[in-house]
Structure formats: structure tokens, C-alpha cells
Design a protein around this ligand. Structure first.
Ligand code: ATR
Length: 277
């Protein structure tokens, strides 16, 4: 019997996913007898696809839009943090056809900052998170796990920030984007989780000049790689980390679970993916 370990990323559409490039690079680097393919799975085909994992067709894979929430109900076990984040992005096939789901986005967020801004969380003072959508959830969980003493969640629609802060719990307080100025001085970290920065959009009236000179500004948007927010922060002499590293780092735990090797995010890997942006 041939035992090629097959992994996947499913989504709908899926052709623009960079995950096959990331995992394909690691499979070649570690000479693994395996594969990682992008498969377009329409929502109505999701249960049948999950059945094929149960039947042994795959060791596991990644799940992206629009399946991250729907796949929950199809897992036999789900990691508690994935439950809090409200999305599963990684599946692992287990013995007896069982499927375990977890979420690696929060690990990607932490891994990116750990690699590119060493010491960023040593002081764990106030963090400001901009945006209260799906992407904010993984960032909030990551900052909570890392022990930040105060997480200020600012959103255009304040009600959404209030609801999410209550749901995540811990040190999260909610407010409006317009309140940035009153929280800026004591903040060590600013994270953009909104879609602002894509398609030539930019924040209006975000007074980055009020941040302390040691503050770190990071964005989860990675197209463009240097968003207007990051460009403005750099112009003020602040430390910045772009969002591409989060995409690269979120891939690590899945690869390790499927293929048994913990891969690294190298400069070469980053350059290969960056060339496709
Ligand atoms: P995702 O899952 O990628 O986070 P989402 O759930 O649609 O996407 O959330 C998008 C986030 O970007 C929200 O916080 C949204 O603010 P609202 O809750 O007020 O809609 C924010 N966002 C998007 N466009 C925005 C804009 N032009 N100005 C301010 N916030 C914006």
C-alpha cells in the first residue's frame, strides 16, 4: 500500500490561496512523502468532503472562507480556543475516522510578532485592537493568552465591540474608533484587524503621533504589504510588523500535526510568497 500523506486547503473560491505554496515549500524542504492541494468545495459539498477525510483520504488540512464556521458541527472535537474564536481553520484526521478541529490564526499572530519584534509582549501593557469582526477574535484571544493587562477594542460600530468584549471576557474594554486619541498614550501595541488598508483605503483621524515612541504597530492586512497605517507609523519612527508573517506562521501548527515536522518561516519562504502578492 502506498502511504502518501495527503493534506488540503478547502474553500470556495480557493484558487488565490497561498497555502499550497507555503506547504509545498515545506514538503519539498523536509523531503516528506506527502502532498498539499487546494480543493474547491462548495458549501453543499462540505459534509461529503468531511466524510472523505473520515474514510482516510487525507491526514488533514486547512479550511477557509466560507467554511470556517460550518465545519464546526462536522468535527468530533474542537479545541476550546477555536470555539472562543468562533472558527476552525485546521482539521486533523485521528484514529477511527474522528476529526479534530482547531484554529491556528492566534498562533500565527503571536508567531509573527515573536519572530519580527522580539520582546514585543514583555511589558504586556495596554494593547489597542482596531476592528471587531472575525479577524479580531483571533487577535483578542492571542493577546488575552499572552497576558495583556488591558485590551482596548475600538470599532466603527461600537455595539459590535461591546458585544465582542463581553464574549471574549478578561481585560477587554470596548469603544469607538474615535476614542483612539484617549487611549493612545499608554498603549504599547496597536493592531489593525479591519479591512482598512486594502484597496487604497486608509484610517482617517487616527492620531498615531500620540503613541509612545516604543509602541509597535501591526496590521493583519498584507495586500498591500505596507498599508497606509504601517507607512504612517514608520514615518513617525515607530516599530512596525506587516501582516504577511501571520499568514506564514498560522501554517506551522497544521503542517506539524499532519506531517510530524515543525517547519520554519524562513526569509526564502517569505520572499517566495511575497513575490505572489
Ligand atoms: P473579518 O472577518 O475580516 O474581520 P468582518 O467580520 O466583516 O471581516 O469585519 C470587518 C471589520 O472591519 C469590522 O470591524 C468593520 O467595522 P464595523 O463592525 O463597524 O462594520 C471594519 N471595517 C470595515 N470597513 C470599515 C471602514 N470603512 N471604516 C471602519 N471600519 C471598517
Amino acid at each position: 500500500m502506498i502511504h502518501v500523506k495527503k493534506a488540503f486547503v478547502i474553500g470556495h473560491p480557493i484558487k488565490h490561496s497561498r497555502s499550497p505554496l507555503i506547504h509545498g515549500t515545506w514538503i519539498a524542504e523536509h523531503r516528506i512523502d506527502g502532498s498539499y492541494e487546494a480543493i474547491d468545495v462548495a458549501p453543499e459539498a462540505l459534509p461529503a468532503f468531511v466524510d472523505s477525510i473520515r474514510a482516510g483520504a487525507f491526514v488533514g488540512g486547512n479550511v477557509t472562507i466560507p467554511h470556517k464556521e460550518a465545519v464546526f458541527a462536522l468535527c468530533d472535537s474542537v479545541d476550546p480556543l477555536a470555539r472562543t474564536i468562533g472558527a476552525v481553520n485546521t482539521l486533523v484526521a485521528q484514529p477511527e475516522g474522528r476529526i479534530h478541529g482547531f484554529n491556528t490564526d492566534y498562533m500565527g499572530f503571536l508567531g509573527n510578532l515573536d519572530q519580527n519584534a522580539p520582546g514585543w509582549s514583555d511589558r504586556r501593557v495596554r494593547a489597542i485592537v482596531l476592528g471587531a469582526g472575525g479577524a479580531a477574535r483571533a487577535v483578542l484571544v492571542a493577546l488575552r493568552e499572552r497576558g495583556f493587562s488591558e485590551i482596548v477594542l475600538l470599532n466603527r460600530t461600537v455595539d459590535k465591540a461591546v458585544a465582542l468584549a463581553a464574549e471574549i471576557g478578561g481585560p477587554v474594554v470596548a469603544g469607538a474608533l474615535g476614542e483612539f486619541a484617549s487611549y493612545a498614550a499608554g498603549a504599547g501595541l496597536v493592531v489593525n484587524t479591519t479591512s482598512i488598508g486594502m484597496h487604497d483605503t486608509r484610517f482617517e483621524d487616527l492620531e498615531l503621533g500620540l503613541l509612545s515612541r516604543t509602541a509597535l504597530v501591526t496590521d493583519i492586512v498584507y495586500v498591500p504589504l505596507v498599508t497606509p497605517l504601517l507607512a504612517d507609523a514608520r514615518a513617525l519612527g515607530l516599530r512596525t510588523v506587516d501582516g504577511l508573517g501571520m499568514l506564514l506562521h498560522q501554517a506551522i501548527p497544521g503542517f506539524e500535526a499532519w506531517f510530524g515536522v515543525r517547519p520554519a518561516v524562513t526569509r526564502e519562504l517569505r520572499a517566495r510568497v511575497e513575490a505572489t502578492l
